[in-house]
Design a protein around this ligand. Structure first.
Ligand SMILES: *Cc1c(COP(=O)(O)O)cnc(C)c1O
Length: 453
């Protein structure tokens, strides 16, 4: 019998996250205080994050145990299935063996609850009852709203304005979980008012929404903390449960990937599937090509500078060294809202600098074309973000066909697109467009990089 999916029982779910900081060939550059240019300490971050997450951010322990309370919530949808995409292989007429890990089975529809749940848990444990955050397409806001509902906490979400208008059902989902949702930029914060004064029609961006959320937390006198859905080291670590499960599932399949593909916005789902395989690569046990796929309209890894920059437009966050298009850059309104971020996770950026991973940028229409093929073959409608990974995997499989070689290709299907059907409607009506690489806007934004490091 040909297996289609590899499913683990609950008792085989991994019970620790993998921390790649233990195994990096060179350590990460430090995070800097924007005022002093000196490395930040735990006290600088304490107004925003609970101490346990600050510790995880800088930890060099190889494994960190997943608290039992978090495991219990995870088990509602984890372990997630690994599929062999046999119908897609047939459609492509490729000798490649294509596998995809499906994170869309979580209640929020993506990988993001993997970190939302522990973040809410550690805050609650330290006596915090209210979290504030930003959301692009709404996946992260939904995930944190759900996690806050589980732990009896309040949640406030600044939602990027273009998505707020494009995706009313995501907003409704957050409100159903009990969160309050504000379109960003808003008049509720100083940063939001400043941006609206200058650009009354601003469509918003993740960089702007982060500023608003950080401001609310910083001004709350400790009652409200901030949560970020990607980019930070602890977030990437929480996502490693994805790759740890795949390693076990591929043993069941008696296979090992020659190529791993993931889409990158802030880098968390990509890191989640890739980092456990990098551990094997660093230890010299296995060789795997690793490919990050990002949108051509917001190509931080392939076209950005590797430099210290702010994580937000309002310059409220510490400075991290990363691939960046500049904190002032407002990406075009592509439908993959979760990939509209000016920067890239420091860990993913560092791995790119070390030449451990490859990156490529794909325009929106080619990604939707790939997503449509995938949907017809496999029956799952990918989130527009995940379409970038689908595109990357399909292109690798087509190359296998040309070269007549059978390679194993693994990709992360980070979420489903059930709340993104307007994008599919627009694509099929021929209303979606590709955007030229916004060279001038990026050059202007890069001119505004802080002069440190
Ligand atoms: C948020 C999101 C992404 C992009 O974020 P990463 O941190 O790069 O993973 C990708 N896919 C889906 C489905 C998302 O919701």
């Amino acid at each position: 019998m040909e297996s289609i999916k590899y499913v683990l029982p609950e008792n085989r779910m991994p019970t620790a996250w993998y921390n790649v900081q233990a195994d990096l060939p060179q350590p990460l550059p430090p995070v800097l205080h924007p005022g002093t240019g000196q490395p930040v300490g735990p006290d600088d971050l304490a107004p925003l994050f609970p101490m346990e997450l600050i510790k995880q951010e800088v930890s060099t322990e190889r494994y960190i145990d997943i608290p039992e309370e978090v495991q219990q919530v995870y088990r509602q949808w984890r372990p997630t299935p690994l599929f062999r995409a046999r119908r897609l292989e047939q459609l492509l007429d490729t000798p490649a063996r294509i596998y995809y890990k499906y994170e869309g089975v979580s209640p929020a529809g993506s990988h993001k609850p993997n970190t939302a749940v522990p973040q809410a848990f550690y805050n609650k444990q330290e006596g915090v009852n209210r979290l504030v955050t930003e959301t692009g397409a709404g996946q992260w806001g939904s995930s944190l709203s759900m996690a806050c509902a589980f732990f009896g906490m309040e949640c406030q979400v600044f939602m990027v304005k273009v998505s707020y208008n494009q995706k009313p059902y995501r907003r409704a989902l957050m409100e159903t979980f009990g969160a309050s949702v504000t379109a960003s930029p808003s008049v509720n914060t100083q940063v939001g008012r400043m941006i609206l004064d200058e650009h009354p029609d601003s469509p918003g961006s993740l960089g702007i929404a982060i500023s608003e959320a950080v401001e609310v937390a910083a001004m709350s006198g400790g009652t409200t903390k901030y949560a970020l859905g990607s980019v930070l080291n602890h977030v990437l670590m929480h996502q490693t449960i994805i790759g740890e499960e795949v390693l076990i599932q591929l043993e069941l399949a008696d296979d090992y990937p020659d190529i791993i593909v993931g889409c990158t916005g802030g880098g968390s789902n990509f890191a989640g599937i890739v980092l456990p395989f990098l551990r094997e690569k660093f230890s010299g046990k296995r060789q795997t090509r690793i490919v990050a796929v990002e949108p051509a309209a917001c190509p931080s890894l392939t076209r950005g500078l590797y430099a210290y920059d702010f994580g937000d437009t309002g310059k409220l966050t510490p400075l991290t060294k990363m691939h960046t298009l500049g904190h002032n850059f407002v990406p075009p309104g592509i439908h993959a809202g979760g990939l509209r971020y000016h920067g890239m996770a420091p860990i993913v950026s560092h791995l790119k600098e070390l030449d451990v991973i490859e990156a490529r940028a794909e325009p929106q229409l080619r990604c939707f074309e790939a997503g449509m093929m995938f949907a017809k073959a496999e029956g799952i409608i990918p989130a527009p973000e995940a379409n970038h990974a689908v595109r990357g995997a399909i292109d690798e499989a087509l190359r296998c066909r040309e070269e007549g070689v059978s390679k194993a290709i693994l990709f992360n299907l980070s979420g489903h697109g059930h709340f993104d059907m307007q994008a599919y409607i627009d694509y099929q009506a021929g209303k979606l467009q590709d955007y030229e690489y916004p060279q001038e806007e990026v050059a202007m934004a890069l001119a505004g990089l802080p002069s440190v490091g």
